[in-house]
Design a protein around this ligand. Sequence first.
Ligand SMILES: C[S@@+](CC[C@H](N)C(=O)[O-])C[C@H]1O[C@@H](n2cnc3c(N)ncnc32)[C@H](O)[C@@H]1O
Length: 256
Amino acid sequence: MRVKQLVKRAVIDALANQGYSLERMSELGRLADLHGSDKGTRMSAHRYTRVYDRLFHSLRSEHITFVEIGLMRRESRRASTGTDGTNPVPMNRAPSLEMWRNYFPNATIFGFDIDDFSSVKIDRCAILRGDMSCVDDLRRLTQAVGGPIDVLLEDGSHASHHQQIALGSLFPSIRSKGIYLIEDLHWQDERFEKAEAVKTKDILRRFQVEGVFVSQFLSQEQQAYIQDNLERVWLFDSLTSEVDDSTDALAVLIKK
Ligand SMILES: C[S@@+](CC[C@H](N)C(=O)[O-])C[C@H]1O[C@@H](n2cnc3c(N)ncnc32)[C@H](O)[C@@H]1O
């Protein structure tokens, strides 16, 4: 581990020991750690649950529609993800869907992943297989959901053009005042990233400052829709110790 990462880890641990680690007390942090999602407080996890706990608190008992893109991290299969999705081994767990199912007792939950999760059975959760960079697959997803989405969490390939294509296709299906989240804006797998792609976090920072939304991967109509219907954007850091720069890793988009 590099010195900078060790220092970061030591600072996080020191804060936690002094009681500053709010996510330690959170129900979502506990559930993320319990089910094995990397959103929680485990060593090297992102600790996004510190944000989600506040964001979702008032929605917890509501009959919301919750969608998550990207269901499980598997280091050994990274080479196959985001390309052709031909991995023949069906996944048998979806940790983050288990966590959402436990946190939101009345929610209807949809999962979407390029890999085969057909063997995963979680009550109140439906899982579709598809590629987040394919507009036809994304259309199948919105048709399956069949109505406005209250919360959509995108934790898929992390490639900038995929993030923007998914946002362009799915943002119209978000309910008014609904929430669209994008995780891991700080890290792109160089095997899938297009050299010419403007990073999604730079596009969102520009929206914060100038109020304009520009993506080279979306039509004029899609860009105008996002610009006109995006009420606000918040960016939060990941607290992972795995990389040096994890600032502005999580985007929270609120629809008008
Ligand atoms: C970081 S993991 C998701 C972790 C999970 N949400 C959690 O918190 O435990 C990323 C997932 O995205 C999926 N993925 C990668 N490329 C994708 C694509 N183009 N479309 C849909 N899913 C994709 C991978 O198969 C993998 O399961």
